[in-house]
Design a protein around this ligand. Structure first.
Ligand code: PGA
Length: 241
């Protein structure tokens, strides 16, 4: 894993956006793997700046998102579909028909998950995937536990994730208890993975990810097995390594 330690959130976001711009410029119908949460918002802002500056063009770009709460409606302002529209898609010239976020209202979740996996394959795989890390070391909604699932699946959120995400909801009781998420193998299909971490709150997770031990108790630690991963983190997130 390549590691780049930068000063702060703004530098992390710019460095990540430069990698995305490189991929999009080299191949204007590339497939982006996108994530939600506080971490990638700065990256998306930089991508919007790059689009407005004429540096990148999203007309043919396709995107696949990592995960979505379940159940949730796409127009719920806490859904990840809503998030993506708000923080990126509404501000660039991407065709929303080419943007895929797991369906938080899927009736048959098994069929949906199998179809999502096929979709990723039919797009030719993901060229560049951005990932945040949960405070508990999760990636997507692949939560720490005895086992991890390889492919897109329905999962239960851990209490710590529900608590961490309750800041966006009226109360902890309102946080959905389940999610649809790409699995570790689906994430590993990406040709390049960019992991972002900012702030002291991520320092333990970054330390565990880089400990050298690969364990399902820290799903992010598995990223050490992928051949093209870059961690871009700020000094605070790297402070315990
Ligand atoms: P955050 O979440 O970016 O909101 O910290 C990251 C994650 O939980 O994957």
């Amino acid at each position: 894993m390549q590691i780049k330690v930068v000063e702060n959130y703004e530098e992390m976001s710019r460095a990540a956006a430069d990698l995305f711009a490189e991929i999009i410029s080299a191949n204007n119908d590339c497939v982006l793997g996108l994530a939600t949460g506080d971490t990638p918002i700065g990256l998306y802002n930089c991508m919007i700046d790059d689009y407005k500056a004429g540096k990148i063009d999203f007309a043919k770009v396709k995107s696949v998102n990592l995960d979505e709460y379940y159940p949730i409606a796409p127009d719920n302002d806490q859904s990840y579909r809503y998030f993506m529209n708000k923080y990126l898609f509404d501000s660039v010239n991407i065709d929303k028909k080419n943007t895929y976020v797991p369906d938080g209202q899927a009736k048959d979740t098994d069929a949906f998950c199998a179809g999502y996996e096929k979709l990723i394959n039919s797009l030719g795989g993901i060229d560049i995937q951005v990932l945040g890390i949960g405070r508990n070391g999760h990636i997507g909604f692949n939560e720490p536990g005895a086992e991890l699932h390889p492919y897109t699946h329905l999962t239960s959120l851990t209490d710590s994730t529900i608590e961490a995400n309750s800041r966006f909801f009226a109360s902890e009781a309102d946080v959905p208890k389940h999610a649809l998420t790409m699995g570790i193998r689906s994430i590993f299909k990406a040709r390049k993975i960019v992991v972002l971490a900012s702030g002291e709150g991520k320092a333990e997770a970054v330390k565990a990810m880089l400990s050298g031990n690969i364990s399902t108790s820290c799903p992010a630690s598995l990223l050490c097995l992928h051949s093209d991963v870059i961690l871009i983190c700020d000094k605070a997130a790297y402070s315990l390594v």
